[in-house]
Design a protein around this ligand. Sequence first.
Ligand SMILES: [Zn+2]
Ligand SMILES: [Zn+2]
Length: 345
Amino acid sequence: MRAAILREYNADLNLEEVPEPGCEKDGVVLKVLACGICRSDWHGWVGEHPRVKPGQILGHEYCGEVVEAGPESGWQVGDRLIAPFILACGSCPSCRSGASNNCADQRLPGFVEPGAYAEFIAVPRAHNLTRLPEGLAPVTAAGLGCRVTTAWHALTDRAALKGGEFLAIHGTGGIGLSCLILGQALGARVVVVDVVAEKLEHALGLGAEAAIDARKGDVAERIRAVTEGGAHVSVEALGIEATTNASIDCLRPLGRHVQVGMPVGHTAFQTINMSAIYLKNLALFGTRGMPAWRYPSLLGLIGAGRVDVAPLIARQVPLSAASAELRAFNGPTAPGVAVISDFAG
Ligand SMILES: [Zn+2]
Ligand SMILES: [Zn+2]
């Protein structure tokens, strides 16, 4: 099969012919229908993701059609499925308590095992997968493997965002846009921050009440001015120090900061305003992924027409364009995300 393989950090992925993957007893092999290109792939591509090594097939945000089903998978050939990027064991204490995104024994296609920048992917532990709803295009659904579900978990299970609250979002990439769309569906009033004028316009078009250009003065002060004294919930969607501090500083007393952006490599340790956390009685939430059992809550809203994630997708690209998309994350990006939909091209 055709796959794009990371052979050297910061260099074009190699398009290679490799053997098709085998199927595990509790897993499936999917023909990949769509795979999102996520900032976490970029972290791996630049060599700053602790798990991603040369030889890796990236791609952890995918959906596909079953071409082979293990006897204990519970699925059948032809089923169309969405996979979360964390494949949990189902039996450790975290899994048993419902927090399977904290599974002590995770399997991670796209980071450790071969991912979905390929025509086929082997997905073990298929109990983590969920059926692609009728009427939801694979390209639209790809984000449900990582960015949309991560945003859903961050806003609902972590920050417990309520209708009428002000939600600030620092960074309007895939995760930031997901938070914008989902935050509005939850009834929040959303303020976004970015450094790209086109992305701010795009976010306003999707319903943000205010869009703040971080290049033009104190971000936190301007958010406090348009949120009657500060946001109730603030999402950091980049993983860097400046936006983490802007997020903490824009909150009102008792506000909740959610760390969605991944601090990794040179951003793993940051200097943050602990005084503000202390003085304002803030709460800080870390968040990563979503327990797979939470899929119905989100898919139900999408199916009922209450949430439309289609505006997330800016473009469909062939597998051969993945390198250019990764390189684009080196600088400010255009609005929306790219999804690989042609694995022969
Ligand atoms: Zn991701
Ligand atoms: Zn587990």
